[in-house]
Design a protein around this ligand. Sequence first.
Ligand code: SAM
Ligand code: SF4
Length: 460
Amino acid sequence: MVFLLPNVKFNLELIQKYDTRAPRYTSYPPATELHELFTANDFRLAIANSNQRQSPLSLYFHIPFCESACYFCGCNTVITKNKNIAKPYLERLEREIQNTSALIDPNRKVLQVHWGGGTPNYLELPQIESLWKTIRRYFQIDSQAEISIEINPSYVNQEYIQFLRDIGFNRISFGIQDFNPEVQAAVNRIQPERMLYNVMDWIKEAKFHSVNVDLIYGLPYQNIDTFRETLHKTIALDPNRIVVFNFAYVPWLKPVQKMIPQAALPGAQAKLDILKMTIEELTDHEYLFIGMDHFAKRDDELAIAQSDSSLKRNFQGYTTHAETELFGFGSTSISMLEDAYAQNHKELKEYYQAVDQGVLPTHKGIKLTQDDIIRRDVIMGIMSHFQLSKTDIEQEHKINFDQFFSSELEDLKPLENDGLVRLSKNEITITDTGRLLVRNIALVFDTHTRNRSAHFSRSI
Ligand SMILES: C[S@@+](CC[C@H](N)C(=O)[O-])C[C@H]1O[C@@H](n2cnc3c(N)ncnc32)[C@H](O)[C@@H]1O
Ligand code: SF4
């Protein structure tokens, strides 16, 4: 059964055949490879090396708080209505910015800023303003920088949205997840339709450059008809980008998910039907399939970045400005430099302690080997562009591609026979059928994961 779609083909038999677990490749090596032998001192050295490269910067700021728990949530959050909790956190966050920025060459320009969470709009407006002032004091933000924020639409009004825009945010993302009231009730996230339409109106009035909304498929009580309705309502909102996450159901890691009635979760076949319908609906309505779970309008910067090779993956998913190095601030945040990744402490107590002692709050990390860097470039090329120029990799890394990857090219042959990938003298091309299974193709080049795939979610 094969269905023709604009830039991606849904092939049920192959999706079922390749139903394995694989990382989402928001980084390579995947975040599961970060370890505690990598210390704050290692990160300090990695920052010094990174200054030699003089690459521009992306900055990520994590605000972990949420007012109430959505039962599906897999993010790193602290649920509390007690707003006092944000104050000591922001003090530490501002101190971390001050301490870490002292190690970063001040001439390096910031091209991207992202506030994520949790819920950044948990903060009061004066707190947002104060954090912004600190960021601007310690970093040189480019006048054309993409400055984005994630919000929960339940906790904003028009004044709040306009303030975000006035203070400098020019991209915004909010979670819808599902419009259906029964689904919303089952996941403890009631968002009346009228409210979502109002929030979008305010965002449009404030003239944000790009708006992203998140949906999730696989939630309780969803079926193909209810989710089609959710998609139609989402398309009517006319966002520039839509992310349709596959529900990661991991109650052993996220106990809050035990609140979800398991019997109400759609089965594997129902989820595949929903996914197929989703791809058809979105691509029929002028959204391009960017990869994994991301869709964007043709004129959105994600789609443009895909066509001019400046798209990449980082811990937020797909993003533009492949040339930047990412510094993360706040609990759990991850920095991704060219040759090292570092993650801050998850527990607020440990994060506060490190910042109070004036040391980098690094909990774990990884120093990439030359082999990791070569494979990272291959995997990210495949994930972001569905096409890899062997010649580019050879020139960049001074290797003979076919010799270096002889066993991987052998392992790709069955995938080539199944029509997921085309191998030619100079290129590896992911076919329209292979696009939905791009993680399986990337996995062939991933020496870290190939023997320990049980840790990861299923490809589809
Ligand atoms: C940090 S939240 C977005 C901002 C804000 N907190 C909100 O909920 O609107 C990031 C997104 O992750 C997605 N998400 C959270 N838990 C998930 C899970 N278990 N499986 C799949 N997606 C999930 C949701 O779509 C959510 O909007
Ligand atoms: S989905 Fe968003 S608002 Fe809900 S708990 Fe997770 S981070 Fe918080």
